[in-house]
Ligand binder design. Structure first.
Ligand code: 6PG
Length: 248
């Protein structure tokens, strides 16, 4: 089992642009590998601002041409309870920057229905669609090939925020999660699914998070939600830029 503290998982890149380029190369490599071995590349994409450069890069012809998008499956790692049209919507951002620009098959893109409606029901619906797609038996867990995660300045990841109920979830795959500090409900993939991924990629950048990254990677465990991420059946990558790594 690879944990955060395993320094060899950490790759530090000179600039954000270099970080994005390297992450895009990793996506291409893992996609090629997954499609060769299993005929598809199942991804869970994260929101926020950090991955925007990655999505744009993946949509650029020079990179996009290297991926067999017809075999790529897209789920959203987490979402805010806002309409698709909201500038806060992860689905909107990821669709505009990437999904609308590459030849994915419609049936391979799993959008959340009405995230701004009843979050509980939306999470139940999404989880049902995950079960239908993965078609597993008993308590088997789905295995994503590319689980992209970000890091919040409070050490959250996906929409697993400090002190939120979803941190304790051990059975469900995707849940609604009340986030008191934001006075909102979020929708998020849970640890059992995240930690079962073949490849977990933390993509983080910026000086503003240097202190929290140092704490997450070298401080006492159990303090931040992102520290509970561990690649129990795969590989964990920390892809960061020099700014965020400046206190390591
Ligand atoms: C979200 C994300 C969240 C994000 C972090 C970092 O919906 O916001 O999934 O986990 O990755 O908050 O966000 P930035 O990249 O904007 O700093």
């Amino acid at each position: 089992m690879q944990t955060l503290m395993d320094a060899k998982n950490l790759s530090v890149f000179e600039t954000y642009e270099a970080l994005v380029a390297a992450t895009a190369d990793l996506f291409v490599k893992l996609a090629d590998q997954s499609i060769k071995e299993r005929g598809k590349f199942i991804t869970s994409l994260s929101g926020g601002s950090t991955p925007k450069g990655l999505y744009s890069r993946l949509a650029e012809n020079q990179t996009s041409a290297k991926v067999d998008w017809s075999k790529v499956v897209v789920f959203f790692g987490d979402e805010r309870t806002v309409p698709y049209t909201s500038p806060e919507s992860n689905q909107r951002m990821i669709t505009e920057l990437l999904l609308a620009k590459v030849p994915l098959l419609q049936e391979n893109v799993f959008t959340l229905s009405d995230p701004d409606m009843d979050p509980k029901q939306t999470a139940i619906d999404y989880e049902r669609r995950m079960h239908e797609f993965f078609r597993l038996s008993g308590d088997e867990l789905p295995q994503f090939d590319f689980m992209l995660l970000g890091l919040g300045d409070d050490g959250h990841t996906a929409s697993l925020f400090p002190g939120s109920p979803a941190l304790q979830e051990t059975q469900r795959w995707f849940v609604d999660n009340k986030v008191d500090k934001l006075n909102t409900v979020r929708l998020t993939t849970t640890y059992p699914v995240i930690n079962n991924s073949r490849n977990i990629i933390f993509l983080a950048s910026g000086k503003g998070k240097a202190a929290v990254l140092k704490d997450v990677l070298t401080g006492p465990e159990g303090k931040y939600p992102s520290q509970k991420v561990s690649a129990d059946n795969g590989k964990l990558y920390w892809y960061v830029d020099k700014d965020i790594a400046s206190e390591l």
